[in-house]
Structure formats: C-alpha cells, structure tokens
Ligand binder design. Structure first.
Ligand code: ZN
Length: 223
C-alpha cells in the first residue's frame, strides 16, 4: 500500500510499491522471485496513481519508507530530489545485504537509490504537524508506521507490514508470514492497538485483499 499525504508544508509519499518490471523474471533477485510474484495493471503503477491526484514525482518533497522490502521500494529511482526517512536498523541491514550478497532479499538498485538527504530513524517523532512516525520493529529489524491526524476522518494508522492483515491484528495478535523477531513483532502489533484505542483510530492493513477494496483509492481521499 502506498499513501500520498498532501500537507500544507509539502507532499509526502509513504512507501513506493513495486517496480513496473517487478513481474518480469530477472528484475527481482532469484530469492525474491522464488518466493513472490507481482501481477498488476499499468494503471496501478505509482506514476499513474499520482497522476489521478494531479501530482507528479517531481512534486514529492519527502519519501518515508516503512522498510526496504522489494514491494515497498520499487519506485525509488523517481525521487533523487526528495528527502528520505527510513528505519535505521533496517536501512543499514538492507544496505549491507545488497553490497555483500548478489542473491539478497532486497533489490540493490532500489536500496542504494540516491535521495537529496537521508534520515535514519530509531525513535518515534512528529514529521510534520499531524503526521507521527512510530517504530514498529519485528517483521524487519526496523520498521516505521505512520499515524495521521486528519480534520474530518479522525486518526488513521498505517502500520504497513508490522500488521500484515486483519487476521494478524486479532485480537489475539498473530504472527504474520514473515518476521525477523517474533517477540518484537507481537509487541509492535500491541503498540498499534494501544494507539488505536488512544485515538479511536482506524487501522489500515497493507496486505489484506479483503479489506483493501473498502479503503478510499486515488483520486478519492481522506481529509
Ligand atoms: Zn515486508
């Protein structure tokens, strides 16, 4: 799931989806290709979705990556002019991995893509008024979620792969298919639940084909 936030201080993109060629053999490392397949229509690609909102990649000031898996970094090549915020431990793990192993679980060109500046995050903080970044490790060694405070639609929480789908969320929380630290993974799900209760928030599940059609999609929006 990719989220565009049009804030009065700039446009922010949360996660970068899959590369348009990700469905073709040879683009992803073999290890990823054996585990996953990407099927999509051209109108689902990032630039087409941004265009529905009247936005081009050049209009994006800030990119936030939840983590560096290939289905979240696919369009990194489009944002050399943007500032990047990424989870510190996961960014360093991914960078190490692509520089030491040709058949890694990450895509080297995407992990090493240049940005205007890079901020590595290992604490919770307010990116801009109304936009909280929260650390939710477990699925990967570091993972960033986003809490958006909107004027009309309340508080929206995007935990991305920290809470794969509604089934993982429970309660009780269940481990998603892939994780690096099971204890941290379950603790992060409970952290999301505390935030949801605290704010009366809506939680969006990033890998949930049953819930995905219920969300508003570009050009519709939350405000
Ligand atoms: Zn992931």
């Amino acid at each position: 799931m990719m989220v565009l936030i049009c804030h009065e201080k700039g446009n922010i993109l949360f996660d970068l989806g899959c590369h348009p060629d990700a469905g073709k053999k040879g683009y992803w490392p073999d290890r990823v290709w054996k585990a996953e397949r990407y099927f999509h229509e051209p109108e689902q690609e990032l630039e087409a979705q941004l265009a529905l909102c009247g936005v081009t990649p050049a209009d994006i000031d800030t990119v936030v990556l939840s983590h560096l898996h290939e289905d979240h970094t696919g369009n990194a090549r489009l944002f050399p002019h943007a500032a990047l915020y990424a989870p510190k431990n996961e960014y360093l793990d991914a960078m190490w991995s692509v520089c030491t192993n040709p058949d890694t679980g990450y895509v080297k060109a995407e992990v090493t893509a240049p940005y205007r500046e890079v901020h590595l995050i290992d604490r919770d903080f307010e990116l801009l008024p109304g936009i909280e970044i929260v650390n939710l490790p477990g699925h990967t060694n570091g993972l960033l979620g986003m809490v958006l405070h909107t004027e009309k639609d309340g508080v929206l929480i995007f935990p991305q792969d920290a809470v794969f789908c509604e089934e993982s969320y429970g309660p009780p929380a269940r481990l998603p298919g892939g994780f690096e630290d099971s204890v941290a993974c379950l603790a992060s799900i409970e952290k999301v639940r505390r935030l949801q209760v605290q704010y009366g928030a809506t939680v969006f599940f990033g890998h949930d084909p049953e819930n995905f059609p219920k969300y508003r999609h570009a050009p519709a929006f939350y405000e």
